[in-house]
Design a protein. Structure first.
Lengths: 543, 259
């Protein structure tokens, strides 16, 4: 019924020729009841990356056909997760460009590009951008030189420009911001440059800083004693992937990255809070409500910047508000999202570094698993059992889908000397490549952590997944296959060779009342729908 | 100052700038082993995060080849390290001095490249043996030969003489990474084998012994077997005497990709 109402609303908007985005906060809160749009990075605040659309099903998925392709000019990985609102799609292009596309044709409506300094520093990652946020009629985008920019959604004109960090010291933004009620939350990159991480909230209207939460506590603050000497000043813990939000609890959930230097922990004895952690933050004040550290004193670069997925389920004998994360360290965690209490942790990929997790979820680390000068083979590789690309959660079947990297690596320890604006990593890896590594899409039961099925991929993926109410899981492979799996059993239903490596996340929406999916691959964005969805264009007037 | 004087001054100034800013071609050749080691240390600190600790590649391309596809010469390698690749994930090494960039470049050049050594065999006789024993039926050298085996144009720069000897007497112990023989059975019971040219999660492409390409959807195959230790090459242990073997190894070692 909700779906019908949403379809009717979308139809009315199009019939009226309205193509101007007006996305108030309440519309984003109700994103799941508006499946024609994709209003926030992960589809909804709960970060489900789930499309409630059901026109594409296992019966007809084999008929999926290309609707349109949009090609970009810039180089660098095209990792965008588009937003869709009111007949317009908003994509980000590398290195820092925003383009509004006509949803029916893929034709650009406007573009905005950030001029970047010649000596731009992208330390430990490529020049990319993963998406925008929208609130009311404004888009928000982070830039590689660490500014947060507000753009008029109708024209791309800059409304405000706020510096978030200093690029000379390796600060940069690649993540899509998260827009909530009156605020824009944005994370920072720089975990290989020895930054001190933080998460910021800015006033959506003015761009003024509302609050900053340092992810490494300063002197006198709880957790500061998990560092020694001045190591906290260069300790990393960046916030480089978009988090999730519970409007009822008014809590933001955001993962933090590795401590620095990455592979040489000698200069930072201790647990190194709040690196490799999930933080629950009061959205109004920026105060830390609780934290959970997945990998204390990490020495493998296993950032906890994976997507925290908010869901309700029966774990530990009663129905609870939960947050689930498939962590880079190869464990799948389920926590109570009101308290941070550890409830369940199970391995979902090969790992050779921990005997298991104790009753509080702390890993029981096996001896001789640290990086060495000679190299030490450990699973998973430094890219982790999964990474920044998104998982998906189907609340109707309580199934969690995750793209998994089955890859080990020899970890090396090296010297690490902090010099502002340079690599501060202290080693590296030699990954087991080629046919020694592979990938999979795995379906996990969130209430038990058990695997329901897996679909094997030729190589470790760099793309996320999106499940749909129609019973499909969409994803992309490193070899360029855009594919659809049967969500019930993982059987492949359809695939299309896009001709370039995929490192992005799928999104779902409607064009003229017909379900479509989009995903970036190589240097192009591909949009697919069922054949009848590719209808002749009718001219209409935009206002 | 006359116009011509201004021009001369401008040319001189540009010349000075070019001389100061442009690296010398032979700078890698002049590096000491200590400087190469220093280059290795900087590579580990700055480059290994993407290119792997020994240049084996991961997020960035592998660098352990005698020749690098993006750089035609040492000067181009210097420039690429110093300036990065615009729009790609490869940043410029702005923090390194020119000398340090050369040291890193020297280390990169040393990756996957054997040092030339004097060998006991006669390479010209080795070449005759190579040509008269059918090696070219399966291997390409400088554009000529068969496609079933790996190209050997720069095999001497990639592999040591000891490795080349082993590859001749015990080929199965020297199968290169990524050299995979696939055997498929189609639904109409056709059996086809060949070298894997490419593969993704849904399809596989083969090149058979005649050089023909075959493409299959995996779902259409009854069987797909991959042999990572394929023994396509016979052992030449008993085909040559010791002197001939030395000659053949010396010939292969002389193949260093030189034009």
């Amino acid at each position: 019924m909700k779906l019908l109402r949403a379809l009717t609303m979308a139809g009315c908007l199009l019939a009226a020729g309205i193509a101007t985005a007006q996305v108030p906060y309440k519309r984003i809160v109700g994103a799941s009841s508006e499946p024609a749009s994709w209003l926030t990075y992960s589809g909804n605040y709960q970060a489900h990356r789930f499309s409630p659309l059901n026109q594409i099903t296992p019966r007809n998925a084999s008929q999926l056909k290309l609707a349109w392709v949009y090609q970009i000019n810039g180089r660098g990985r095209f990792e965008t997760s588009p937003l869709v609102a009111d007949g317009v799609m908003y994509v980000t292009e590398p290195p820092t460009k925003v383009t509004a596309l006509d949803l029916r044709t893929g034709r650009p409506l406007w573009s905005w590009q950030r001029p970047l300094p010649l000596l731009l520093k992208t330390i430990g990652f490529g020049p990319t951008n993963r998406g925008v946020a929208i609130l009311d009629d404004t888009l928000f985008v982070g830039t590689l030189d660490a500014h947060l920019i507000a753009l008029d959604a109708k024209s791309g004109a800059v409304r405000w420009d706020t510096p978030v960090g200093d690029n000379n010291t390796g600060h940069a933004i690649t993540a899509a911001p998260l827009a909530i009620d009156g605020k824009v939350i944005v994370g920072i990159s720089g975990g290989e440059a020895g930054i001190r991480g933080f998460l910021d909230a800015y006033d959506a209207k003015t761009g003024k800083l509302a609050w900053r939460l340092w992810t490494i506590p300063g002197p006198g603050e709880p957790g500061h004693d998990t560092w020694s000497g001045d190591a906290w000043k260069t300790g990393g813990a960046p916030t480089w992937v978009t988090g999730s939000y519970d409007p009822d609890l008014n809590l933001i959930y955001w993962g933090t990255g590795n401590p620095g230097p990455d592979w040489n922990g000698d200069v930072r004895p201790g647990d190194n809070l709040y690196s490799c952690s999930l933080l629950a933050i009061d959205a109004s004040t920026g105060k830390l409500k609780w934290y959970f550290q997945f990998t204390p004193h990490d020495v493998h670069d296993w950032d906890a910047t994976e997507i925290p997925v908010l869901l309700d389920g029966r774990v530990g004998g009663r129905l609870r508000k939960l947050v689930a994360m498939a962590n880079r360290n190869a464990f799948f965690y389920v926590l109570d999202r009101e308290t941070g209490e550890f409830l369940q942790g199970t391995t979902y990929a090969k790992q050779t570094w921990a005997k298991g997790l104790d009753a509080k979820g702390r890993p029981v680390v096996l001896p001789n698993t640290e990086p060495t000068v000679e190299g030490n083979l450990v699973y998973p590789s430094l890219q982790g059992a999964t990474n920044w690309f998104s998982p998906s959660y189907n609340p109707q079947t309580k199934t969690f889908y995750v793209a998994v990297r089955e890859m080990g690596a020899y970890y090396y320890k090296g010297e690490a000397e902090y010099k502002p604006g340079t690599f501060f990593a202290g080693g590296g890896e030699r990954a087991l490549e080629g046919d020694k590594a592979w990938g999979a899409i795995r379906a996990l039961d969130v209430e038990t952590g058990k695997m329901k099925w897996e679909f094997r991929l030729q190589s470790p993926p760099w793309s996320g997944v999106m499940a749909t109410a129609g019973g499909i899981v969409f994803g992309g492979s490193t070899e360029g296959n855009f594919y659809a799996l049967d969500a019930a059993n993982g059987k492949p239903l359809w695939d299309f060779q896009t001709g370039g490596p995929m490192a992005s996340n799928p999104v779902g929406f409607m064009i003229d009342g017909k379900q479509h999916v989009a995903m970036a691959s190589g240097h192009a964005l591909f949009v697919f729908g069922l054949p009848e969805a590719v209808t002749p264009l009718k001219s209409r007037v935009r206002k | 100052m006359t116009r011509s004087c201004w021009l001369l001054a401008a040319v001189l100034l540009v010349g000075i700038i070019v001389v100061v800013a442009s690296p010398q071609d032979d700078s890698i050749a002049k590096l000491t082993s200590g400087e190469i080691e220093r280059g290795r240390q900087m590579f580990v600190a700055h480059c290994a995060v993407c290119h792997g600790i020994e240049g084996t590649g991961e997020r960035g391309p592998s660098l352990n080849h005698p020749s690098l596809s993006r750089v035609a010469d040492d000067r181009a390698l210097f420039s690429l390290i110093q300036n990065g690749v615009e729009g790609s994930e490869m940043p410029g090494a702005w923090q390194l001095s020119g000398r340090e960039v050369w040291q890193v470049a020297g280390y990169v050049r040393s990756l996957g490249r054997t040092a030339p050594v004097k060998l006991p065999g006669d390479p010209s006789n080795g070449r005759r043996l190579y040509e008269s024993n059918g090696c070219a039926g399966c291997h390409i050298v400088r554009g000529s030969g068969g496609v079933l085996g790996p190209e050997l144009t720069e095999i001497g720069a990639r592999r040591s003489a000891g490795y080349l000897h082993t590859a001749l007497v015990d080929p199965s112990s020297a199968t290169p990474a990524g050299y995979v023989v696939a055997r498929v059975t189609t639904r109409d019971n056709k059996k086809i084998w060949g070298l894997r040219a490419n593969e993704d999660s849904f399809t596989i492409q083969l090149r058979d012994s005649a050089g023909r390409f075959h493409s299959f959807r995996k779902a259409d195959l009854i069987e797909l077997k991959k042999d990572f230790k394929a023994e396509l090459m016979p052992s030449y242990r008993d085909a040559f005497n010791r002197s001939e073997m030395d000659d053949l190894v010396a010939y292969l070692a002389s193949l260093r990709g030189d034009k």
